[in-house]
Design a protein around this ligand. Structure first.
Ligand code: GLN
Length: 450
């Protein structure tokens, strides 16, 4: 804990990965644990962790990157947090993020712009950019992120760390401030695959407080890693939609080399088709914004957070509180989400998107009939300079092209750092995707390839 806090002191003024810090409490807890001695029943005993600020942490300010929750201190822990604590992990800080997890660069945070530790002029990716940056900067040993459309995999790819989005329902969402409830998942971001497996072992599992968490056995992800030393017998599907046009040359080169390495290690590769990829951005942004507009209606200036000082009557109070405290991107999404759900447009937009979502799921299920895992780049480019895409939300949305399909179909995926791009000198992430509850094979393959 001390070493991590020192590293925070040294690197944080430049990187700005963190919001609330919990150093003093963390040191106290660590000292107490030291006194009692190591506890083998606690798999994360004494491990310093950082938590994305979208997760409720008892007694530690939880802002979700928004001014509307500026001074919100939860009186309870999210289930994932309770499980981390139970396993002996020590929370040292909360991580910066795009406001309400809406964004791909962490520039939408209402508080600060986090920098990529590999190049301070570049973005760390988002929306879990603080989590990616804190791990890569060596400020902690593991961070939790959340992934609604790529927010774990994209920053992992940009910062050069490992990031895992589990199957929808694998990890309880209780205590996660909802963005798109049918898409959101919590997952680990770490320096190694083994560390991610360790964290996933702890946070996975059924929770009666989240009706969408699935009641099926949690395998021992860590134990499984030792059971595979090569990739023989494994078939990896390569979707042409993920390897064709639109990918930068350096990303394509590094990812192709990683696939070559997988083949040398015994994997067989086959082409697969994910024809619905073309509609992924439109479908995702309709569904995510629709769900967001509904989820964010609870921030009304009455029950939590910011309340305007100059309201004349109730409606005026709602409007002014929300206008004052929500950022531009959040307001844009509430308006679009409300529009696609409104009578008269529901059938044309939301309902169509829900139908396409089903077809996408069929695509993936069909693809997994001929392969064990699917692989492609996590993002078309490496991390780009701060400010480059802020004026163009549509360009920003396009960055999610390779990550969002998986959230729509609920399947697990991860980004594994596989090299450095020759043009930008920045990390490149290979995305591995598995069928529902196929985390074990995915983590094993990543561990062999690492
Ligand atoms: N960039 C996507 C969005 O803005 C994904 C965000 C996420 O996964 N939380 O919606």
């Amino acid at each position: 804990v001390k070493a991590c806090l020192q590293q925070i002191e040294k690197t944080e003024p430049q990187i700005k990965a963190l919001l609330a810090q919990n150093g003093e409490e963390a040191l106290k807890l660590a000292a107490e644990m030291d006194k009692q001695g190591p506890d083998a029943s606690k798999p994360l005993w004494g491990v310093p962790v950082v938590i994305k600020d979208v997760l409720a942490t008892k007694g530690i300010t939880t802002t979700c990157g928004s001014k509307i929750l500026e001074n919100f201190v939860p009186f309870y822990d999210a289930t994932s947090i309770a499980k981390l604590k139970e396993a002996g992990a020590i929370i040292i800080a909360k991580a910066n993020m795009d406001e309400f997890a809406m964004g791909s660069t962490t520039e939408n945070s209402a508080y600060q712009t986090t920098r990529n530790p590999c190049d301070l002029n570049r973005v760390p990716g988002g929306s879990s950019g603080g989590s990616g940056a804190t791990v890569t900067a060596g400020q902690c040993f593991a961070a939790l992120g959340t992934d609604t459309g790529g927010s774990i995999r994209l920053p992992a790819s940009f910062c050069g760390c490992v990031g895992v989005k589990p199957t929808y329902g694998r990890v309880s969402r209780y205590g996660m401030i909802a963005y798109g409830s049918s898409l959101d998942q919590i997952g680990p971001m770490t320096r190694t695959v083994e560390d991610s497996a360790r964290v996933l072992n702890v946070i996975a599992g059924h929770d009666p407080r989240d009706s969408t968490s699935v009641n099926c056995e949690v395998p021992d992800y860590v134990g499984a890693l030792g059971k595979r030393t090569d990739l023989s017998g494994l078939t990896i599907g390569l979707p042409e939609e993920y390897w064709g046009e639109g990918i930068s040359e350096e990303v394509s080169e590094v990812c192709r080399n990683a696939i070559k390495k997988a083949e040398e290690l015994g994997a067989k590769t086959v082409p697969v088709k994910l024809a619905m990829t073309e509609y992924a951005i439109a479908t995702y942004y309709i569904i995510a914004m629709a769900e967001a507009s509904s989820n964010l209606s609870r921030f009304d200036g009455i029950r939590y957070g910011h309340r305007t000082k100059n309201a004349d009557e109730l409606i005026d109070l709602y409007t002014k509180s929300r206008t004052e405290a929500f950022g531009d991107e959040v307001q844009r999404r509430i308006i679009i989400g409300t529009y696609v759900l409104s009578a008269g447009y529901y059938d044309a937009y939301y309902c169509k998107a829900a139908q396409i979502r089903r077809l996408m799921r069929n695509d993936f299920e069909k693809a997994f009939e001929s392969c064990d895992l699917i692989a492609g780049p996590a993002c078309p480019t490496t991390a780009f300079p701060v400010g480059e895409l802020t004026a163009d939300p549509l360009q920003m949305y396009l960055m999610d092209i390779f990550t969002i399909s998986l959230n729509l179909v609920g399947m697990p995926g991860m980004s594994l750092p596989v090299g450095i791009g020759k043009d930008t000198n920045m990390p490149v992430g290979l995305q591995l995707m598995g069928p529902a509850f196929g985390e074990t094979t995915m983590l094993q393959a990543a561990h062999v390839l690492e």
